[in-house]
Each structure stands twice: as C-alpha cells, then as structure tokens.
Design a protein around this ligand. Sequence first.
Ligand SMILES: Cc1cc2nc3c(=O)[nH]c(=O)nc-3n(C[C@H](O)[C@H](O)[C@H](O)COP(=O)(O)OP(=O)(O)OC[C@H]3O[C@@H](n4cnc5c(N)ncnc54)[C@H](O)[C@@H]3O)c2cc1C
Length: 382
Amino acid sequence: MDFELTQEQAMYQRAVRDFCEGEVKPYAAQVDETGELRWEAIQKMPMLGLTGLQVPEEYGGAGLDTVTAAIAVEELGRACGSTALSVSAHNGLCCGPITNWGTPAQKERYLPKLTSGSHLGALALTEPGAGSDLAGGVRTSAVREGDSWIIDGSKAWITNPKYAPVIVTLVRTDKEAGTRGFSMILVEPQTAGLTIHPPEKKMGLKGSPTQMLSYDEVRVPLDATLGDEGRGFHQTMQTLDSGRISIGALSVGLAQAAFEEAVKYARQRRAFGKPIAEHQAIQWMIADAALEIEAARLMVYRAAWLKDRGRDFARAAAMAKLMASETAEKVCRNAIQIHGSYGYSREFPVERIYRDQRLMTIGEGTSEIQRLVIARKVLAEM
Ligand SMILES: Cc1cc2nc3c(=O)[nH]c(=O)nc-3n(C[C@H](O)[C@H](O)[C@H](O)COP(=O)(O)OP(=O)(O)OC[C@H]3O[C@@H](n4cnc5c(N)ncnc54)[C@H](O)[C@@H]3O)c2cc1C
C-alpha cells in the first residue's frame, strides 16, 4: 500500500491550507470567545468544495474520495476546532446519509442547499438517555397516521440544528423489531411541534452549536423517510464508521496545531541559559508528538483508503479514531506543559485547542466503544 498523496490530493491540501490560514485560523479565538461560527468563511467554502466534500458535483458538491475529504477535515481542525466540527458533522452526518440513501427528490430538495455555504446540516441520534447504547436506549418514535409519520421524543447533544435546513432524525418505527425497528426521517426545522433549544454551554468547541431537540407530535410525510423503513440502525452504524474517519482527521488536525505551537514556543522560551527546546525532557515530548501524530495520520489515511476501495474499513476506522483522539489528548496536554504557565492562559492557542480536542474521545463513539468494536472484530477474525 502506498500512502503518498496524489498530485491532486497534495494540491488540494495546499489550497485548503491557504484558505484556512487566511479565513479560519486567524478567527479561531474569536469564534471560541463569541460562541459564533464565522459565516464569512463558511460562505466561501463551496469554492473549495468544503461544504459538500463527498456530495456529487451535480448537487453542488466536490465528489471527492475519502482520503481527500480527510485531508480537508484535518486542515480545518488545524485551523479551528469549532469550525471543523460543524463542517465535518455537516458533511459526514447530514450530507453523507442523504447522498447515500436519499431518493432523487430528496437529494434535489436538500443537497443544493446544503452545499451552498449558507446552511450546515445535522444528524440527531443521541438522546438524553441514549448515547453509546442507541439500540437499547432510543425512545424517540414515529407512528404512522394516514400518509404521515407522527414523531415524539427528544434528542440531545446535536451539532448544527440552528443552521440546518434538514435534521436527519433516528427514530423507532417498530418497537418490537429490535435493531430492525429503526428508521431515519428527514425533519425540517420549522415543522410544527419541533423545538430547537438554545446551544449548550460547553467546555470547548464553543462556536459549534450543540443543541437539544424536542419532538411533540411532529408530523412529516411518509416520503420523508430516508432509505428503507427499518434500516435506520444499519444506516446509523455505516454513517458512524465513516464519521470516525472524520473525527480521526479532525483530531490529527488539532494535535498538529498544538504541536506546531509547542515547537514554536520551545524555540523561543529560554530557561537555564538556553532555549527550552534544547532540554532533553522537552525534546522527548516533541519527539513523541511527532511520532504519534504521524502514526495517527497514516491510520486515518489507511481507513479512508480502504473505504475508497470498497473494502471493510470498520475496524480501521475505529482504530484510527481511537489512536488519533487519544494522541490529540496527549499532544495537547504536553503542548500546555511545554508552555508552562503561558499554556494555561487564554493568550496562547494551546489552551483552546486542549479544550476543543477533549470531545474527540467522546463524540461518534467513545474510546471505550472503539475498543469494543476493535475487540469484537479481532476476536471474530482470530
Ligand atoms: C460537542 C458534542 C457534539 C455532538 N454532536 C452530536 C451529533 O451531531 N449528533 C448526535 O447524535 N450526537 C452528538 N453528540 C453526542 C455524542 O455522540 C455522545 O455523547 C456520545 O456518543 C456518548 O454518549 P453519552 O454521552 O450518552 O455517553 P454514555 O453512553 O452514557 O457513556 C458514558 C460512559 O460510559 C462508557 N460506556 C458506555 N457503554 C459502555 C460499554 N458497553 N463498555 C464500556 N464503557 C461503556 C462510555 O464510554 C462513557 O465513558 C455530540 C456530543 C457532544 C459533546
């Protein structure tokens, strides 16, 4: 297997990096402090296909392969965690399912809007009582009434609802059918009975809105079902497998950003008569970060590469997400350590990056769940 980027991938990486250096990174602290994404940047993203990374070109997307999409998410993560999370959730969790399972009419209705740079889409799986255990815990239900579904329940911790033209919602459509009793339904935010609550007050990723949703007799037509009725759980697992590549890429980007800040600081700061970069203890942290970021990045590329070839990538994606998110945690922790007290100050970006990365071992499957997925696959294979 050859991991060298193709010429197109390398050129795209350069273009996205330049865009992020100009439009995203300089505003990351402002996004964190105001709790608002910078829409001037998001509106320009369609130019580079960032709001429709893997959406076919006929719907305004870039139709990219998964490796190239991962490269883009890494670059966004290197620039601003909040922007990267909202844009990657939009791509992987909303555009992805609609591209994969939407009817021509559903694609026509939503994808051009989603790729336009004026909206960000959402996927609502998690509930107040169900995160890791969606199969056992999801209570939100949809019941048929004539030619409509009536949806009741609530969702929690959902990224982007306030910007979404459509919220892909996981519901139970048959309470007796176990994992075959779930469906995905497309719900438009202005539908009567749907309440989008104010954004949660979070530790990090403050510009990326995370909201609770209440569904009180929300009526949508039966043709708002995304994919086949009863396939929602399977679709969710497939979406999360792909989403793990994105969260892995985002984690690599955050780790890379903290690492670059730490190296810059270690060269400038002097202690005991020399730059701290010349003290061996600091060099070890730098060496470990370089090593682990490289390993995590290659694992993300490999999972993406397997997916692009139509091969089974679930184990590789779980491993990449686990490795990259835990690497980000360690690299960001050490980046603060290298900065000493200055790392604990809001004046330096490592404090924000540390808070932003903390989600990565939790969202789209916690580290514990990734280990379960990996162990199950290993035990089945060996
Ligand atoms: C900023 C943010 C954005 C998010 N965006 C979205 C979104 O867009 N859409 C969406 O649907 N959700 C979203 N989420 C929700 C997120 O995916 C869930 O929080 C996550 O899946 C964990 O679920 P939970 O919080 O219910 O934790 P729980 O499932 O309650 O887990 C609590 C702890 O128990 C552990 N645990 C659970 N089961 C096991 C087990 N079998 N073995 C060992 N340990 C176990 C977990 O690893 C964890 O440590 C978001 C969350 C945040 C914070």
